[in-house]
Design a protein around this ligand. Structure first.
Ligand code: NAD
Length: 443
């Protein structure tokens, strides 16, 4: 029996004991998981620093704080969520008891990605534990140090028979995929997403695919360009652009392109100093393979800012590209790095056409002071989430589902739309470590 087969068999046997279904057991496991984040915080922070050069506060803000919040939410709500729910009856069943009882699926496989390694691996684990499942956890091998910390620490805190960790790379994942699971939750790129679906089809296993894609950002000329660019700069260069919902490219009218470039440059300097390479808040590309992939996208575009790089350090400066053509290399696939192409278009009509001609985005951003522009974007486009006048923050709203729609972004089943133009938010204060100031959008 291979190591992977053993892990699945062990999780299946533990699931069959029925202990994962017990509410107290689920809550105890979640509390233990929460304890891991407080007791072993330094090991977590050190490993993510080594993998992605993320600052301590960055890892807390984007990974562990959210996970602790998710655990708290689940612990608070679990009894209610797990309780049978009465449903409406018909004439025939009027005197019967009719209800829906939530049941765990069984043994779940969770395949994590490397860009927010804790968030994308542990978030689905919280759901799997909460719903009473066993889960085989496969951290991404690409974030070498974090994968090791997960492999070492998770078994010390949560039931290691119910939730075994399998480390390794592609062959190990492929071996896992040959096994039978009751659900597969995969985060990563869409090419591998297709392989996951293919493997799952053999056993008719349901899948959740959290994929990526190109998320457009339309900046209307009628908006506070300085604030818009400050927020786009934050959304783009956080984690060195390696964020699934990072604004991938900007669409704007030629008349504001120079202003947009100047404002993005100003914000880059504010956030990451004159020399981002030595700024502790600026990350690194995960490895040289991705470094080369990103650098190759620069070939046929004009650099308006940044462009410095150092392969030995996996460093690429925050970079802005101007007058980018739709046929340019940088527009052919998700960038997943710190390059920000600007594509001049004639206005809102063309922006909508441009967006609709391509795969449906995971996230779509629009910056404008005009509610009618927001309404048209909402009514005339389709995406996993639409956020007006900010970047990324819709991900933080627990009451919204998160996921995509269509080819690149098949995720969960719902389309989320965040409509309200955001004015001053508490999150701006939270972001102070990244040198954000309290800002107000004037609409
Ligand atoms: P990755 O290279 O870590 O791969 C993800 C997982 O797939 C790993 O565990 C790896 O072992 C496995 N894998 C890789 N090749 C495989 C193969 N041939 N067969 C079977 N398994 C294989 O991560 P990545 O794909 O580079 O991740 C980045 C992508 O993830 C981006 O496209 C990003 O947008 C997307 N992403 C999406 C979300 C979301 O929530 N929608 C979140 C984070 C990242």
């Amino acid at each position: 029996m291979s190591r992977e087969q053993q892990a699945v068999a062990c999780a299946r046997k533990a699931f069959e004991t029925g202990r994962s279904k017990c509410l107290e057991h689920r809550i105890r496991q979640l509390k233990n998981l929460r304890r891991l984040f407080t007791e072993r915080q330094q090991e977590i922070l050190d490993a993510v620093k080594k993998d992605l050069n993320k600052s301590e506060v960055g890892t807390q803000l984007y990974e562990t704080v959210g996970l602790e919040g998710e655990i708290n939410l689940v612990i608070g709500k679990l009894k209610e969520w797990a309780a049978p729910r009465k449903v409406e009856k018909n004439l025939l069943t009027i005197s019967d008891t009719v209800y829906i009882k939530p049941e765990p699926l069984g043994v779940v496989l969770i395949i994590g990605a490397w860009n927010y390694p804790w968030a994308v691996t542990i978030q689905p684990l919280i759901g799997a534990i909460a719903a009473g499942n066993a889960a085989v956890i496969k951290p991404s091998e690409v974030c070498v140090h974090t994968a090791k910390v997960m492999e070492d620490l998770l078994p010390l805190y949560i039931d290691k028979e119910l939730y075994p960790v399998v480390s390794g790379g592609v062959p190990e994942t492929q071996e896992l995929l040959r096994q039978r699971f009751d659900h597969i939750f995969y985060t990563g790129n869409s090419m591998v997403g297709k392989l996951i679906m293919e493997a799952a089809a053999k056993h008719l296993t349901p899948v959740t695919l959290e994929l990526g894609g190109k998320s457009p950002c339309y900046i209307d000329k009628d908006c506070d360009i300085s604030i818009a660019c400050r927020r786009v700069t934050w959304g783009k260069y956080t984690n060195c652009g390696q964020t699934c919902i990072a604004p991938d490219y900007i669409l704007c009218e030629p008349s504001i392109q120079d202003r947009v470039i100047e404002e993005v440059k100003k914000s880059i300097k504010d956030f990451y100093t004159e020399n981002p390479k030595t700024c502790p808040d600026y990350g690194r590309i995960i490895n040289q393979r991705h470094f080369k992939r990103i650098m190759a996208m620069l070939d046929d575009s004009t650099v308006a800012a940044g462009g410095d790089n150092d392969e030995s350090d996996c460093y690429i400066a925050p970079t802005v590209l101007r007058d980018v053509k739709p046929e340019a290399k940088v527009m052919q696939e998700e960038i997943f790095g710190p390059l920000l192409p600007i594509l001049p278009i004639s206005g809102l009509d063309e922006a909508i056409k441009f967006i609709n001609k391509r795969e449906k985005p995971l996230a779509l951003y629009v910056f404008t002071a005009d509610d009618k522009v927001i309404k048209r974007m909402v009514d005339e486009t389709s995406s996993g989430g639409l956020l007006a006048n900010d970047c990324l923050v819709h991900y933080s709203v627990n009451s919204l589902p998160f996921g995509g729609v269509g080819e690149f972004t098949r995720g969960q089943i719902l389309t989320v739309r965040v409509l309200e133009p955001l004015k001053q938010r508490s999150l701006d204060t939270l972001l102070v470590p990244f040198q954000f100031e309290n800002v107000t959008v004037t609409l």
